[in-house]
Design a binder for this molecule. Structure first.
Ligand code: ADP
Length: 536
């Protein structure tokens, strides 16, 4: 089935009749008229694929008809029919874009061939124009995808829409819901007052209408379009009476409106212009959403940084202010302890123990602050780890006994020395051991091992405690993070030990991590650089 629509225009009714009958036999949808004015009306009212046109007509010359038709239907295929006398006019018409011409009298077969050839040529030209437009669109999409600057996005989309459609005036207006206005973010070819920043009420006019109904508006003639009644349009602004307004839509939200007018050559905007502008507006909407989101993320990040700064400041002040009264309490408690009888020391011991615990917390707070501010200096020497491990374990002897824990160490005699800061390694180990003794239940066991690995030494502290859920294994190294809710937890601590250990390990260019499963104990592992690394 041939669906192409053909209009035949010839002042001789018999030619109209012959062409109509012959072409209908090939299933073309054919309408014929002998009046050029009527033909123009028909073509304006409806889209046709081909115009079969006589050159010589008393009412209006065929070349003039063609010129006018091209004004509003630029890609209609045109085939000229002519007698011998007007061959020159026919050649002129072909020069001006007619696809073919038939010399009267013509064979009906030639008519069919000319028509099908002209339609094929038109389809090819359309296809070519379409792929060219698509190529441009791809380039514009790439540009839109690569920027987060609203200004650049709006300008690129507007420029592309104007280039693709031939619109010589254009604007992009973005909706500002808090103010209830549409504000110009990009403008070209418009009067000076309609420049970036100019705002109109989002409730009024054509743009307000497009924003509200969310559908594009393609107007061929501002004077005759009934949809514009009541939209307070200043018709005198339009030299060319056709314009196009397209909503910029991101899902359900309408971000603004893109307007185009003054198409080149006084031609009206076409359905194809609507299509290409729609595609561009979709791309623009996605790019704008991305830019807005990025802006919000940046703002949240800025606020987070501020909160983080305040938190560090607070820790610093709190640690500083606690230290003096704490040392007074501890000093006097120790002094009193010396002066009291053995039988009276129990209460004082409780004060001393609690003060020492508080002192550890204040130390943690201070350490974290120094580490975060990068003020900590590494004094690295060659270090025998077995010695350090042994010493740290001794510090926990009392606790180990109290909880009846079984502690074992596995350190080969051949363990190479590490290059590290002794004080810091002690702190790493004691934070890990403190957690292991704290979280392992009565009668459980703790195993410490160290082994050489390429250019590192690996240290592992393994316990038979409650284990840690997989999804928490990264987060526990963040400051103040604790798996249990801090108000319901049975163990003390502020959630700083592991973050301090991590910072200290990182200072040594090492790595720290945990391997654990709930109910299956935890193994905390870290690496330190080997001191004999250079000789390896
Ligand atoms: P704190 O022990 O003071 O809470 P840490 O930073 O040392 O702070 O540890 C953070 C959290 O990681 C702990 O609160 C605990 O939930 C979890 N955790 C640390 N070590 C162990 C362990 N050996 N067994 C089980 N959970 C642990």
């Amino acid at each position: 089935m041939n669906e192409a629509k053909i209009l035949v225009l010839d002042d001789e009714a018999s030619i109209c009749e012959i062409c109509t009958r012959s072409l209908r036999r090939y299933s073309y949808d054919v309408v014929a008229t002998t009046s050029p004015r009527r033909a123009l009306e028909i073509l304006k009212a409806e889209d046709y694929d081909l115009l079969l046109l006589d050159v010589r007509m008393p009412e209006m010359d065929g070349v003039e008809v063609m010129r006018r038709v091209r004004g509003f239907a630029p890609d209609i295929a045109i085939v000229i029919m002519t007698g011998y006398a007007s061959l020159e006019a026919a050649i002129e018409a072909v020069k001006q874009g007619a696809a073919d011409f038939l010399q009267k009298p013509f064979q009906l077969d030639n008519l069919r061939l000319a028509v099908s050839g002209a339609l094929a040529k038109r389809d090819l030209a359309r296809e070519r124009a379409r792929s060219q437009a698509l190529m441009h669109l791809v380039q514009v999409s790439e540009k839109l995808a690569s920027s987060l600057d609203t200004n650049v996005l709006v300008q690129s989309a507007l420029y592309a829409a104007m280039t693709e459609t031939g619109g010589q005036r254009g604007s992009v207006m973005l909706y500002q819901p808090e103010e209830g206005v549409l504000r110009v973010e990009g403008a070209a070819g418009l009067p000076q007052e309609v420049s970036v920043g100019y705002a109109v009420s989002a409730e009024q006019g054509v743009v307000g209408h497009v924003l509200k109904c969310g559908r594009a508006l393609l107007v061929e003639d501002v004077q005759q379009d009934g949809r514009l009644v009541g939209l307070s349009l200043r018709q005198e602004q339009y030299d060319n009476p056709s314009f196009l307004s397209m909503p910029i839509r991101a899902g359900e939200r309408i971000l603004g409106v893109l307007n185009l007018s003054e198409k080149v050559g006084g031609a009206p905007f076409l359905a194809s212009d609507l299509e290409v502008t729609g595609l561009l507006c979709n791309q623009l909407a996605i790019a704008l959403e991305k830019a807005y989101l990025f802006g919000e993320i940046q703002e949240s990040y800025r606020r987070l940084q501020e909160v983080d700064r305040l938190k560090s400041e607070f820790i610093h002040i709190a640690a500083h202010e606690l230290r003096t009264p704490l040392s007074i309490i501890l000093g006097y408690a120790m002094m009193l302890r010396e002066e009291l009888e053995e039988s009276q020391r129990e209460q004082i011991d409780a004060i001393v123990d609690s003060s020492l615990q508080l002192n550890c917390l204040v130390d943690d707070m201070t350490n974290l602050r120094y580490l975060e501010s990068g003020e900590v200096l590494l004094v690295a020497h060659q270090l025998d780890l077995s010695e350090v491990i042994e010493e740290v374990v001794t510090r926990f002897e009392q606790l180990i006994q109290n909880k009846d824990l079984h502690v074992s160490c596995q350190i080969p005699d051949s363990l190479p020395p590490v290059r590290a800061d002794r004080e810091k390694v002690e702190l790493i180990l004691s934070n890990l051991l403190s957690n292991a003794t704290k979280f392992t239940p009565m009668g459980g066991s703790i195993h410490i091992r160290a082994e050489p690995r390429a250019d590192k030494v690996l240290v592992a502290v393994e316990d038979t405690g409650p284990g840690i859920p997989q999804q928490e294994c990264e987060r526990i190294f963040e400051p103040f993070y604790q798996v249990e809710d801090s108000l319901r937890r049975e163990h003390g601590g502020m959630g700083l030990g592991l973050s301090i250990a991590r910072e200290l390990v990182l200072l040594h260019d090492g790595r720290i991590w945990v391997e654990s499963q709930p109910e299956a104990g935890s193994t905390f592992l870290f690496t330190l650089p080997r001191a004999d690394e250079e000789q390896l």
